[in-house]
Design a protein. Structure first.
Length: 424
């Protein structure tokens, strides 16, 4: 005898709608995930192929090891949306502070207006971008993303040169926050720009650096007259500079430790052999810092956020509590400029990367030492946007320096924020 079939209970319409919604959402999520992964994979493949295509320009194997610092080895025009000039990639010779030879890449921008007189030069020193070779600004899909105001400087008739720093676009290890090396890359970029015949670049130059580049710019001001006496530095701009290095390391959050700390861990032991990473890093930090440092800044940040969320620590002890690391940090603190060296320091009170308190400390120390220092303080502007926001004022300030006008000091003005405590 066959048992009668049980009558299925009908689901309530609301339950059915909810189930359909859940199933639809899951399908949509899976489809979106597949789309994102496919798009990301395609993007990575496309970028890999692009980098392979431009790699021959950055190949240094054909050049002898030694040569004249600042010698322009190779140039290649860039396709850029500029109204007032053109941009070129450049490969040039540079040096480390110990005199050993290096080769750096970068960019040079030349006005399209004729000039009988030699053109003033602005040397741009970029901020942290990551240490992978593909992170070099001249290798980027948008090489002028950090200097969107370059057209304004070209309109003034200025040549603009922007180093990548040796070891970033080219073979080697970038000397991240090693002032003596980075400053030579900046100075030799000016020399290289002058070697390009159509640039008609003069010996007069100004330097503008942001963040890491602000550190480079301040060391450039200290180094220029003795290292390159044929050049005349008329003014220095440091926006949100990495200036007081012990205080920066002491102030840094675990999130930033995974980004900036990773690059310091690669750079400093390579330049200061008395340092060991094991003495300051956790096991997970020591196992991963190289991989993170060799990514570009966006991917570094993503990984840093993920590691911070799961409470992975980069350092087992504050590097400033280690005598060897503290000594190097003190040696790489940005120099105080002489009274005869015009200086402009800019900072945002909303900066979350370089604490404005630390920039205020540098300004306080510089003013106490009688530096010829002007300031720009802004608010509600993030770290990365500071250069573009201050560009009109900064370009006017640089124009005054090229015109020989005196710098107006801000040292008598009250600081808008309490300076950080000096750890020295």
């Amino acid at each position: 005898m066959v048992a009668p079939k049980k009558k299925l209970k009908k689901k309530h319409p609301i339950v059915l709608k909810f189930e359909h919604f859940i199933i639809g959402s899951v399908i949509a999520f899976i489809a979106l995930l597949v789309l994102l992964l496919t798009g990301t994979t395609y993007s990575k493949i496309s970028e890999f192929r692009r980098q392979q295509g431009i790699q021959p320009f950055y190949d240094t194997s054909a050049f002898s090891e030694y040569g004249k610092p600042g010698e322009a080895l190779r140039t290649e025009e860039l396709d850029l949306p500029l109204s007032n000039g053109k941009g070129e990639r450049i490969l040039y010779r540079s040096q480390k502070a110990d005199g050993s030879p290096t080769i750096s890449s970068g960019m040079v921008f030349i006005p399209n207006t004729a000039s009988n007189a030699p053109r003033p030069v602005v040397a741009w020193a970029h901020g942290t971008v990551g240490m992978g070779r593909e992170c070099a600004p001249s290798r980027s899909t948008n090489p002028i993303s950090a200097i969107s105001f370059v057209d304004q400087m070209l309109a003034k008739g200025w040549v603009v040169v922007a180093t990548d720093y040796a070891g970033l676009g080219t073979p080697g290890i970038q000397a991240y926050l090693v002032g003596g090396d980075e400053s030579r890359d900046v100075i030799n970029s000016v020399r290289a720009a002058r070697e390009i015949p159509q640039s008609n670049a003069s010996a007069n130059y100004a330097v503008w650096g942001h963040s890491q580049g602000g550190h480079s710019a301040l060391f450039t001001a200290q180094t220029s007259s003795t290292y390159a006496p044929e050049l005349s530095l008329v003014g220095t701009v440091a926006s949100a500079p990495a200036s007081e290095i012990p205080e920066l390391l002491n102030d840094s959050s675990n999130l930033l430790n995974w980004v900036i700390g990773s690059q310091v861990l690669v750079s400093w032991p390579a330049n200061f052999p008395e340092l060991t990473t094991e003495s300051v890093t956790t096991k997970v930090g020591n196992n991963n810092y190289k991989k993170i440092a060799n990514q570009c800044i966006t991917n570094e940040l993503f990984e840093a956020i993920a590691r911070n969320e799961v409470r992975q620590e980069m350092f087992k002890t504050n590097p400033i509590n280690n005598p060897a690391w503290k000594s190097v940090a003190e040696s790489q603190t940005a120099p105080i400029l002489q009274p005869g060296q015009p200086l402009l320091v800019a900072e945002s009170l909303s900066d979350k990367i370089i604490s404005p308190n630390i920039t205020a400390l540098y300004i306080q120390n510089a003013c106490n030492a009688k530096s010829n220092l002007a300031t720009i303080w802004i608010n509600n502007v993030s770290h990365m946007k500071i250069p573009s926001v201050i560009a009109p004022q900064t370009i006017d300030w640089i124009a005054d320096r090229f015109a020989g006008r005196p710098n107006v000091s801000s040292c008598e003005q009250q600081l808008p924020i309490t300076p950080a405590k000096n750890l020295n």
